[in-house]
Design a protein around this ligand. Structure first.
Ligand code: ADP
Ligand code: GLC
Length: 489
Protein backbone atom coordinates (compact mmCIF):
# COMPACT_ATOMS: atom_id res chain seq x y z
CA UNK A 1 0.00 0.00 0.00
CA UNK A 2 1.39 3.42 -0.99
CA UNK A 3 0.82 6.15 1.60
CA UNK A 4 1.69 9.81 1.10
CA UNK A 5 2.18 11.78 4.33
CA UNK A 6 1.71 15.51 3.84
CA UNK A 7 2.77 17.70 6.75
CA UNK A 8 4.39 21.00 7.59
CA UNK A 9 7.18 19.74 9.88
CA UNK A 10 9.08 16.61 10.85
CA UNK A 11 11.76 15.69 13.36
CA UNK A 12 14.79 15.67 12.98
CA UNK A 13 14.65 18.14 10.08
CA UNK A 14 12.48 20.83 11.58
CA UNK A 15 10.19 20.59 14.60
CA UNK A 16 8.18 23.09 16.63
CA UNK A 17 6.22 20.57 18.73
CA UNK A 18 4.73 17.09 18.92
CA UNK A 19 3.46 17.19 15.32
CA UNK A 20 7.09 16.95 14.21
CA UNK A 21 7.65 13.91 16.44
CA UNK A 22 4.60 12.10 15.02
CA UNK A 23 5.42 12.86 11.37
CA UNK A 24 8.77 11.20 12.03
CA UNK A 25 7.73 8.23 14.14
CA UNK A 26 4.41 7.12 12.60
CA UNK A 27 5.71 6.74 9.00
CA UNK A 28 8.67 4.74 10.32
CA UNK A 29 6.29 2.47 12.29
CA UNK A 30 4.07 2.00 9.20
CA UNK A 31 7.11 1.26 7.09
CA UNK A 32 8.18 -1.46 9.54
CA UNK A 33 4.71 -2.98 9.04
CA UNK A 34 5.30 -3.20 5.27
CA UNK A 35 3.72 -0.01 3.88
CA UNK A 36 5.48 2.15 1.29
CA UNK A 37 5.32 5.59 2.95
CA UNK A 38 6.63 8.81 1.41
CA UNK A 39 6.75 12.00 3.49
CA UNK A 40 6.22 15.32 1.72
CA UNK A 41 7.47 18.51 3.42
CA UNK A 42 7.84 22.16 2.38
CA UNK A 43 11.35 23.18 1.35
CA UNK A 44 12.11 25.56 4.22
CA UNK A 45 15.69 26.88 4.26
CA UNK A 46 16.60 24.83 7.35
CA UNK A 47 15.32 21.65 5.71
CA UNK A 48 17.02 22.16 2.35
CA UNK A 49 20.39 22.69 4.04
CA UNK A 50 20.21 19.24 5.70
CA UNK A 51 19.30 17.07 2.71
CA UNK A 52 21.54 14.50 1.00
CA UNK A 53 21.31 12.81 -2.38
CA UNK A 54 18.91 15.42 -3.78
CA UNK A 55 17.25 14.45 -7.05
CA UNK A 56 14.85 16.59 -9.04
CA UNK A 57 11.68 14.57 -9.59
CA UNK A 58 10.04 17.23 -11.73
CA UNK A 59 8.53 20.69 -12.06
CA UNK A 60 4.96 21.76 -11.40
CA UNK A 61 3.21 24.99 -12.20
CA UNK A 62 1.00 25.72 -9.19
CA UNK A 63 -1.71 28.33 -8.65
CA UNK A 64 -0.87 30.73 -5.80
CA UNK A 65 -2.56 33.97 -4.69
CA UNK A 66 -3.19 35.75 -7.96
CA UNK A 67 0.00 34.34 -9.49
CA UNK A 68 1.45 31.03 -10.60
CA UNK A 69 4.49 29.45 -8.96
CA UNK A 70 7.11 27.25 -10.56
CA UNK A 71 7.61 24.54 -8.00
CA UNK A 72 10.39 21.98 -8.00
CA UNK A 73 9.69 18.58 -6.51
CA UNK A 74 12.79 17.11 -4.91
CA UNK A 75 13.40 13.61 -3.72
CA UNK A 76 16.12 13.35 -1.06
CA UNK A 77 17.47 11.56 1.97
CA UNK A 78 18.43 12.69 5.47
CA UNK A 79 20.84 10.78 7.74
CA UNK A 80 18.29 10.74 10.58
CA UNK A 81 15.30 9.74 8.47
CA UNK A 82 15.15 6.22 7.08
CA UNK A 83 12.48 6.88 4.44
CA UNK A 84 12.93 8.89 1.28
CA UNK A 85 11.61 12.43 1.56
CA UNK A 86 9.80 14.51 -1.00
CA UNK A 87 10.15 18.25 -0.83
CA UNK A 88 8.06 21.05 -2.35
CA UNK A 89 10.77 23.52 -3.26
CA UNK A 90 9.45 27.01 -3.94
CA UNK A 91 11.95 29.63 -2.79
CA UNK A 92 9.51 32.57 -2.84
CA UNK A 93 7.32 30.82 -0.28
CA UNK A 94 9.57 28.63 1.83
CA UNK A 95 13.19 29.77 1.64
CA UNK A 96 13.00 31.60 4.97
CA UNK A 97 14.89 31.00 8.21
CA UNK A 98 13.61 29.91 11.62
CA UNK A 99 10.09 29.00 12.68
CA UNK A 100 8.08 27.82 9.68
CA UNK A 101 4.86 29.63 10.55
CA UNK A 102 6.08 32.86 12.13
CA UNK A 103 8.08 35.88 11.09
CA UNK A 104 11.14 36.38 13.36
CA UNK A 105 9.17 39.18 15.10
CA UNK A 106 6.57 36.66 16.24
CA UNK A 107 3.61 37.35 13.92
CA UNK A 108 2.24 34.88 11.33
CA UNK A 109 3.82 35.13 7.87
CA UNK A 110 1.30 37.30 5.99
CA UNK A 111 1.27 34.91 3.03
CA UNK A 112 0.58 31.72 5.03
CA UNK A 113 -2.65 31.08 3.08
CA UNK A 114 -0.72 31.07 -0.17
CA UNK A 115 2.23 29.10 1.24
CA UNK A 116 0.11 26.19 2.44
CA UNK A 117 -2.35 26.33 -0.46
CA UNK A 118 0.56 25.91 -2.88
CA UNK A 119 2.04 23.15 -0.74
CA UNK A 120 -1.36 21.36 -0.61
CA UNK A 121 -1.92 21.74 -4.35
CA UNK A 122 1.49 20.25 -5.08
CA UNK A 123 0.71 17.42 -2.63
CA UNK A 124 -2.59 16.59 -4.35
CA UNK A 125 -0.87 16.58 -7.76
CA UNK A 126 1.87 14.25 -6.53
CA UNK A 127 -0.67 11.92 -4.94
CA UNK A 128 -2.29 11.59 -8.38
CA UNK A 129 1.18 11.04 -9.88
CA UNK A 130 0.92 13.90 -12.35
CA UNK A 131 4.71 13.69 -12.75
CA UNK A 132 4.34 10.08 -13.92
CA UNK A 133 7.01 8.83 -11.53
CA UNK A 134 5.23 5.46 -11.34
CA UNK A 135 4.29 5.97 -7.68
CA UNK A 136 0.64 6.80 -7.06
CA UNK A 137 -0.78 7.10 -3.54
CA UNK A 138 -3.46 4.66 -2.37
CA UNK A 139 -3.90 6.77 0.75
CA UNK A 140 -3.02 10.38 1.49
CA UNK A 141 -2.60 11.12 5.19
CA UNK A 142 -2.61 14.85 5.95
CA UNK A 143 -1.90 16.58 9.25
CA UNK A 144 -3.34 19.77 10.76
CA UNK A 145 -4.57 22.93 9.03
CA UNK A 146 -1.49 23.46 6.87
CA UNK A 147 -2.52 20.43 4.80
CA UNK A 148 -6.29 20.64 5.25
CA UNK A 149 -6.80 21.60 1.61
CA UNK A 150 -5.26 18.32 0.40
CA UNK A 151 -8.37 16.14 0.99
CA UNK A 152 -10.54 18.92 -0.42
CA UNK A 153 -8.47 19.19 -3.61
CA UNK A 154 -8.47 15.42 -4.03
CA UNK A 155 -12.24 15.20 -3.50
CA UNK A 156 -12.81 16.80 -6.91
CA UNK A 157 -10.64 14.21 -8.74
CA UNK A 158 -12.30 11.29 -10.56
CA UNK A 159 -10.42 8.41 -8.91
CA UNK A 160 -8.85 9.96 -5.84
CA UNK A 161 -6.85 8.04 -3.24
CA UNK A 162 -8.49 7.56 0.16
CA UNK A 163 -7.89 10.64 2.31
CA UNK A 164 -7.20 10.60 6.05
CA UNK A 165 -6.95 13.87 7.95
CA UNK A 166 -5.47 14.00 11.45
CA UNK A 167 -6.24 16.78 13.92
CA UNK A 168 -3.22 17.34 16.13
CA UNK A 169 -4.58 20.58 17.53
CA UNK A 170 -7.98 22.12 16.86
CA UNK A 171 -6.86 25.44 18.34
CA UNK A 172 -5.07 26.24 15.08
CA UNK A 173 -7.77 26.48 12.42
CA UNK A 174 -5.87 28.00 9.49
CA UNK A 175 -8.35 30.87 9.24
CA UNK A 176 -8.14 33.20 6.24
CA UNK A 177 -10.25 35.83 4.50
CA UNK A 178 -12.67 35.84 1.58
CA UNK A 179 -10.16 37.93 -0.39
CA UNK A 180 -7.55 35.22 0.09
CA UNK A 181 -10.08 32.58 -0.97
CA UNK A 182 -10.70 34.52 -4.18
CA UNK A 183 -7.02 35.23 -4.85
CA UNK A 184 -6.20 31.53 -4.43
CA UNK A 185 -8.89 30.66 -7.00
CA UNK A 186 -10.33 27.91 -4.82
CA UNK A 187 -13.46 26.25 -6.27
CA UNK A 188 -16.42 28.62 -5.82
CA UNK A 189 -18.76 25.87 -4.60
CA UNK A 190 -16.55 25.41 -1.52
CA UNK A 191 -17.73 28.82 -0.29
CA UNK A 192 -20.66 27.69 1.86
CA UNK A 193 -21.43 26.52 5.38
CA UNK A 194 -21.27 22.92 4.12
CA UNK A 195 -17.93 23.69 2.49
CA UNK A 196 -14.97 25.54 3.94
CA UNK A 197 -16.58 28.91 4.74
CA UNK A 198 -16.30 29.68 8.45
CA UNK A 199 -17.79 32.79 10.06
CA UNK A 200 -17.25 35.00 7.01
CA UNK A 201 -13.78 33.71 6.20
CA UNK A 202 -12.56 30.21 5.48
CA UNK A 203 -10.70 27.57 7.44
CA UNK A 204 -8.15 25.17 5.98
CA UNK A 205 -8.70 22.88 8.95
CA UNK A 206 -12.42 22.76 8.16
CA UNK A 207 -11.53 21.75 4.59
CA UNK A 208 -9.76 18.71 6.02
CA UNK A 209 -12.71 17.82 8.24
CA UNK A 210 -15.38 18.18 5.58
CA UNK A 211 -13.69 16.62 2.55
CA UNK A 212 -11.59 13.79 4.00
CA UNK A 213 -12.82 10.20 4.00
CA UNK A 214 -11.59 9.64 7.53
CA UNK A 215 -10.83 12.07 10.36
CA UNK A 216 -8.58 11.02 13.20
CA UNK A 217 -7.29 12.77 16.25
CA UNK A 218 -4.52 11.80 18.57
CA UNK A 219 -6.31 10.38 21.63
CA UNK A 220 -9.72 8.82 22.35
CA UNK A 221 -10.61 11.38 25.04
CA UNK A 222 -9.80 14.35 22.77
CA UNK A 223 -11.91 12.73 20.02
CA UNK A 224 -14.94 13.00 22.27
CA UNK A 225 -14.01 16.37 23.84
CA UNK A 226 -13.84 18.14 20.46
CA UNK A 227 -17.49 17.39 19.75
CA UNK A 228 -18.39 19.77 22.62
CA UNK A 229 -18.37 23.59 22.61
CA UNK A 230 -15.73 23.78 25.37
CA UNK A 231 -13.08 22.12 23.18
CA UNK A 232 -14.47 22.43 19.62
CA UNK A 233 -13.28 25.94 18.69
CA UNK A 234 -16.54 26.37 16.76
CA UNK A 235 -15.97 23.11 14.84
CA UNK A 236 -18.01 20.98 17.30
CA UNK A 237 -21.11 20.96 15.07
CA UNK A 238 -19.10 19.81 12.04
CA UNK A 239 -17.39 17.16 14.14
CA UNK A 240 -20.72 15.93 15.54
CA UNK A 241 -22.13 15.71 12.01
CA UNK A 242 -19.03 13.76 10.95
CA UNK A 243 -18.71 11.62 14.08
CA UNK A 244 -19.21 8.48 11.94
CA UNK A 245 -15.80 9.09 10.39
CA UNK A 246 -14.00 10.47 13.48
CA UNK A 247 -11.55 8.19 15.32
CA UNK A 248 -9.27 8.79 18.31
CA UNK A 249 -5.94 6.95 18.03
CA UNK A 250 -3.37 7.52 20.74
CA UNK A 251 0.09 8.65 19.63
CA UNK A 252 3.01 6.40 20.48
CA UNK A 253 6.57 7.06 21.57
CA UNK A 254 9.51 6.32 19.34
CA UNK A 255 11.78 4.52 21.78
CA UNK A 256 14.74 4.78 19.43
CA UNK A 257 14.66 8.53 20.23
CA UNK A 258 13.14 8.65 23.75
CA UNK A 259 14.67 5.87 25.83
CA UNK A 260 16.62 6.39 29.07
CA UNK A 261 18.69 3.27 28.47
CA UNK A 262 20.13 4.55 25.17
CA UNK A 263 19.46 8.33 24.93
CA UNK A 264 22.70 9.92 23.63
CA UNK A 265 21.94 13.24 25.36
CA UNK A 266 22.10 11.71 28.86
CA UNK A 267 25.06 11.69 31.24
CA UNK A 268 24.11 8.21 32.49
CA UNK A 269 21.77 5.56 31.17
CA UNK A 270 19.22 3.81 33.35
CA UNK A 271 16.25 1.47 33.10
CA UNK A 272 13.10 0.48 34.99
CA UNK A 273 15.05 -2.15 36.93
CA UNK A 274 18.12 0.01 37.73
CA UNK A 275 17.00 3.58 38.03
CA UNK A 276 18.38 5.49 40.93
CA UNK A 277 22.13 5.84 40.39
CA UNK A 278 21.58 6.86 36.74
CA UNK A 279 18.75 9.23 37.47
CA UNK A 280 20.75 10.93 40.21
CA UNK A 281 23.71 11.49 37.87
CA UNK A 282 21.38 13.05 35.30
CA UNK A 283 19.87 15.27 37.98
CA UNK A 284 23.34 16.48 39.00
CA UNK A 285 24.24 17.13 35.34
CA UNK A 286 21.01 19.03 34.73
CA UNK A 287 21.50 21.18 37.81
CA UNK A 288 25.13 21.89 36.94
CA UNK A 289 23.87 23.35 33.66
CA UNK A 290 22.29 26.11 35.78
CA UNK A 291 24.37 26.38 39.01
CA UNK A 292 28.10 26.66 39.63
CA UNK A 293 27.99 24.24 42.60
CA UNK A 294 25.53 21.43 43.05
CA UNK A 295 25.28 20.79 46.79
CA UNK A 296 23.92 17.58 48.34
CA UNK A 297 21.04 19.64 49.65
CA UNK A 298 20.12 20.81 46.15
CA UNK A 299 20.49 17.31 44.79
CA UNK A 300 18.20 15.80 47.43
CA UNK A 301 15.41 18.40 47.13
CA UNK A 302 12.58 17.48 44.75
CA UNK A 303 13.09 18.99 41.30
CA UNK A 304 9.95 19.88 39.32
CA UNK A 305 10.42 20.28 35.57
CA UNK A 306 8.51 21.50 32.55
CA UNK A 307 9.27 21.45 28.81
CA UNK A 308 6.72 23.33 26.80
CA UNK A 309 5.69 25.62 24.04
CA UNK A 310 4.83 28.73 26.05
CA UNK A 311 1.22 29.20 24.98
CA UNK A 312 -2.15 29.49 26.74
CA UNK A 313 -2.93 25.79 26.05
CA UNK A 314 -0.16 24.51 28.29
CA UNK A 315 -1.22 26.15 31.58
CA UNK A 316 2.25 27.65 32.11
CA UNK A 317 0.54 30.56 33.88
CA UNK A 318 -0.84 28.11 36.46
CA UNK A 319 2.67 26.86 37.17
CA UNK A 320 3.96 30.44 37.52
CA UNK A 321 1.11 31.22 39.88
CA UNK A 322 1.87 28.41 42.32
CA UNK A 323 5.68 28.60 42.34
CA UNK A 324 5.92 31.44 44.93
CA UNK A 325 3.80 29.51 47.45
CA UNK A 326 5.71 26.26 46.86
CA UNK A 327 9.01 28.08 47.34
CA UNK A 328 7.88 29.35 50.74
CA UNK A 329 6.18 26.22 51.97
CA UNK A 330 8.31 23.37 50.54
CA UNK A 331 11.90 22.64 49.55
CA UNK A 332 10.99 21.99 45.88
CA UNK A 333 13.04 23.56 43.08
CA UNK A 334 12.04 24.20 39.48
CA UNK A 335 13.53 23.92 36.03
CA UNK A 336 11.64 25.24 33.03
CA UNK A 337 12.50 24.89 29.34
CA UNK A 338 10.31 26.68 26.83
CA UNK A 339 9.81 29.24 24.13
CA UNK A 340 6.75 31.06 22.89
CA UNK A 341 4.75 34.09 23.98
CA UNK A 342 7.10 36.81 25.10
CA UNK A 343 5.06 37.76 28.18
CA UNK A 344 5.37 34.18 29.48
CA UNK A 345 9.07 34.04 28.62
CA UNK A 346 9.57 37.32 30.55
CA UNK A 347 7.64 36.11 33.60
CA UNK A 348 9.74 32.94 33.73
CA UNK A 349 12.98 34.89 33.37
CA UNK A 350 11.92 37.33 36.13
CA UNK A 351 11.05 34.49 38.49
CA UNK A 352 14.34 32.72 37.91
CA UNK A 353 16.24 36.00 38.51
CA UNK A 354 14.36 36.57 41.79
CA UNK A 355 15.03 33.01 42.99
CA UNK A 356 18.33 32.28 41.31
CA UNK A 357 19.10 29.34 43.65
CA UNK A 358 15.73 27.60 43.20
CA UNK A 359 14.09 28.43 39.87
CA UNK A 360 16.14 27.63 36.79
CA UNK A 361 15.07 28.48 33.28
CA UNK A 362 16.21 28.00 29.72
CA UNK A 363 14.24 30.16 27.31
CA UNK A 364 14.60 28.81 23.80
CA UNK A 365 14.39 25.55 21.93
CA UNK A 366 16.86 22.80 22.83
CA UNK A 367 16.39 19.14 21.97
CA UNK A 368 19.35 18.31 24.21
CA UNK A 369 18.06 20.10 27.31
CA UNK A 370 14.57 18.63 26.73
CA UNK A 371 16.00 15.09 26.99
CA UNK A 372 18.22 16.02 29.94
CA UNK A 373 15.30 17.57 31.80
CA UNK A 374 13.12 14.51 31.25
CA UNK A 375 15.87 12.40 32.82
CA UNK A 376 17.06 14.78 35.54
CA UNK A 377 13.82 16.10 37.07
CA UNK A 378 11.83 14.14 39.68
CA UNK A 379 8.37 15.41 38.79
CA UNK A 380 7.09 16.74 35.44
CA UNK A 381 4.42 19.46 35.27
CA UNK A 382 1.86 19.42 32.45
CA UNK A 383 -1.30 21.21 33.59
CA UNK A 384 -2.55 21.79 30.03
CA UNK A 385 -6.03 23.31 29.67
CA UNK A 386 -6.52 20.93 26.77
CA UNK A 387 -4.11 18.40 25.30
CA UNK A 388 -4.93 16.50 22.10
CA UNK A 389 -2.42 13.80 23.05
CA UNK A 390 0.71 15.18 24.62
CA UNK A 391 4.00 13.41 24.21
CA UNK A 392 5.93 14.95 27.06
CA UNK A 393 3.91 13.20 29.77
CA UNK A 394 4.64 9.87 28.05
CA UNK A 395 8.36 10.70 27.78
CA UNK A 396 8.24 11.61 31.50
CA UNK A 397 6.64 8.29 32.44
CA UNK A 398 9.24 6.34 30.49
CA UNK A 399 12.03 8.40 32.11
CA UNK A 400 10.65 7.80 35.63
CA UNK A 401 9.85 11.49 36.10
CA UNK A 402 6.34 11.23 37.43
CA UNK A 403 3.93 13.63 35.73
CA UNK A 404 1.36 15.97 37.27
CA UNK A 405 -1.30 16.47 34.60
CA UNK A 406 -4.71 17.98 34.05
CA UNK A 407 -7.58 15.55 33.50
CA UNK A 408 -8.00 16.15 29.77
CA UNK A 409 -7.32 14.66 26.32
CA UNK A 410 -4.34 12.35 25.96
CA UNK A 411 -3.18 13.23 29.48
CA UNK A 412 -6.29 11.52 30.87
CA UNK A 413 -5.65 8.53 28.58
CA UNK A 414 -2.03 7.95 29.61
CA UNK A 415 -1.54 8.88 33.28
CA UNK A 416 -3.10 6.83 36.12
CA UNK A 417 -3.73 8.94 39.21
CA UNK A 418 -2.05 7.98 42.49
CA UNK A 419 -5.28 7.41 44.41
CA UNK A 420 -5.02 5.03 47.40
CA UNK A 421 -6.82 2.36 45.31
CA UNK A 422 -4.50 2.75 42.30
CA UNK A 423 -1.43 2.74 44.53
CA UNK A 424 -2.70 -0.43 46.21
CA UNK A 425 -3.35 -2.22 42.92
CA UNK A 426 -0.02 -0.97 41.50
CA UNK A 427 -1.45 0.84 38.48
CA UNK A 428 -0.68 4.43 39.62
CA UNK A 429 1.84 6.33 37.47
CA UNK A 430 1.31 10.03 38.23
CA UNK A 431 -0.94 12.75 39.61
CA UNK A 432 -4.13 13.93 37.92
CA UNK A 433 -5.55 17.35 38.83
CA UNK A 434 -9.13 17.49 40.10
CA UNK A 435 -9.71 20.98 38.66
CA UNK A 436 -8.01 22.87 35.80
CA UNK A 437 -7.00 25.72 38.11
CA UNK A 438 -3.97 26.91 40.07
CA UNK A 439 -5.60 25.42 43.19
CA UNK A 440 -6.12 22.10 41.39
CA UNK A 441 -2.49 22.09 40.31
CA UNK A 442 -1.27 22.96 43.80
CA UNK A 443 -3.29 20.11 45.31
CA UNK A 444 -1.85 17.60 42.81
CA UNK A 445 1.72 18.89 43.29
CA UNK A 446 1.30 18.60 47.07
CA UNK A 447 0.25 14.97 46.64
CA UNK A 448 3.26 14.39 44.40
CA UNK A 449 5.63 15.95 46.95
CA UNK A 450 4.14 13.89 49.80
CA UNK A 451 4.60 10.71 47.83
CA UNK A 452 8.11 11.72 46.77
CA UNK A 453 9.05 11.72 50.46
CA UNK A 454 7.94 8.09 50.70
CA UNK A 455 10.83 6.32 48.97
CA UNK A 456 9.20 2.91 48.83
CA UNK A 457 5.99 4.09 47.18
CA UNK A 458 7.84 6.51 44.90
CA UNK A 459 9.97 3.65 43.65
CA UNK A 460 6.87 1.57 43.02
CA UNK A 461 5.23 4.31 40.93
CA UNK A 462 8.43 5.03 39.03
CA UNK A 463 8.81 1.41 38.10
CA UNK A 464 5.17 1.11 36.95
CA UNK A 465 5.55 4.32 34.92
CA UNK A 466 8.77 3.21 33.24
CA UNK A 467 7.27 -0.17 32.33
CA UNK A 468 4.36 1.38 30.39
CA UNK A 469 4.20 0.31 26.77
CA UNK A 470 3.67 3.32 24.50
CA UNK A 471 5.12 1.60 21.42
CA UNK A 472 3.76 2.77 18.06
CA UNK A 473 2.85 -0.63 16.69
CA UNK A 474 -0.66 -0.89 18.16
CA UNK A 475 -1.65 2.59 16.94
CA UNK A 476 0.02 2.06 13.55
CA UNK A 477 -2.12 -1.07 13.09
CA UNK A 478 -5.24 0.97 13.83
CA UNK A 479 -4.22 3.46 11.14
CA UNK A 480 -3.65 0.62 8.68
CA UNK A 481 -7.21 -0.61 9.25
CA UNK A 482 -8.52 2.87 8.50
CA UNK A 483 -6.30 3.12 5.41
CA UNK A 484 -7.64 -0.20 4.14
CA UNK A 485 -11.32 -0.05 5.06
CA UNK A 486 -12.06 3.60 5.76
CA UNK A 487 -13.40 2.50 9.14
CA UNK A 488 -12.11 0.74 12.26
CA UNK A 489 -12.28 -3.10 12.54
P1 ADP B 1 2.81 20.08 21.63
O1 ADP B 1 2.92 19.35 20.36
O2 ADP B 1 1.46 20.62 21.89
O3 ADP B 1 3.86 21.13 21.80
P2 ADP B 1 3.64 17.55 22.85
O4 ADP B 1 3.81 17.14 24.28
O5 ADP B 1 2.87 16.64 21.99
O6 ADP B 1 3.05 19.03 22.83
O7 ADP B 1 5.06 17.62 22.14
C1 ADP B 1 5.99 18.62 22.42
C2 ADP B 1 7.30 18.21 21.78
O8 ADP B 1 8.08 19.39 21.57
C3 ADP B 1 8.14 17.31 22.67
O9 ADP B 1 8.96 16.50 21.86
C4 ADP B 1 8.96 18.32 23.45
O10 ADP B 1 10.13 17.78 23.98
C5 ADP B 1 9.24 19.36 22.40
N1 ADP B 1 9.48 20.71 22.92
C6 ADP B 1 8.57 21.65 23.29
N2 ADP B 1 9.18 22.78 23.67
C7 ADP B 1 10.51 22.56 23.54
C8 ADP B 1 11.68 23.35 23.77
N3 ADP B 1 11.60 24.60 24.22
N4 ADP B 1 12.88 22.79 23.51
C9 ADP B 1 12.96 21.51 23.05
N5 ADP B 1 11.91 20.72 22.82
C10 ADP B 1 10.70 21.24 23.06
C1 GLC C 1 -0.22 18.81 18.97
C2 GLC C 1 -0.86 18.69 20.32
C3 GLC C 1 -0.25 17.62 21.20
C4 GLC C 1 0.03 16.35 20.41
C5 GLC C 1 0.85 16.68 19.18
C6 GLC C 1 1.17 15.46 18.32
O1 GLC C 1 0.81 19.72 18.91
O2 GLC C 1 -0.88 19.93 21.02
O3 GLC C 1 -1.12 17.31 22.28
O4 GLC C 1 0.71 15.42 21.21
O5 GLC C 1 0.17 17.58 18.37
O6 GLC C 1 0.02 14.80 17.91
Amino acid sequence: MNVLFTASESYPLLKTGGLGDVVYSLPHALNRLGLDVRVLLPGYRDILSQLDDIQITGWLSVQGAGRMHDVRILSATHPGFELRLWIVDCAELFDRPGNPYLHPDGYDWPDNAERYAVFSRAAAMLAMDVLESGWRADVVHSHDWQTGLVPALLSVETHPPRTVFTIHNLAYGGHFSHDEFMALKLPGHWWSGEGIEFYGGFSMLKAGLVYSDVITTVSPTYASEITTPAFGYGMEGILQANSHKLHGILNGVDTSVWNPSSDPFLTAHYSARRRNPGKRKNKAALLSHFCATVTDRLLSAPLLGMVSRLVEQKGVDLVLEIIPELLTRTNANFVLLGAGHHHLENRITDLSRQHAQRVFSHIGYSEEVAHQLEAGADIFLMPSRFEPCGLNQMYSLLYGTLPVVNDTGGLADTVVDATPANIANRTATGFVMKAPTAQGLLEAVDRALDLHANTRLWNQLQRTAMEQDFGWEKSALEYILLYKNGHAA
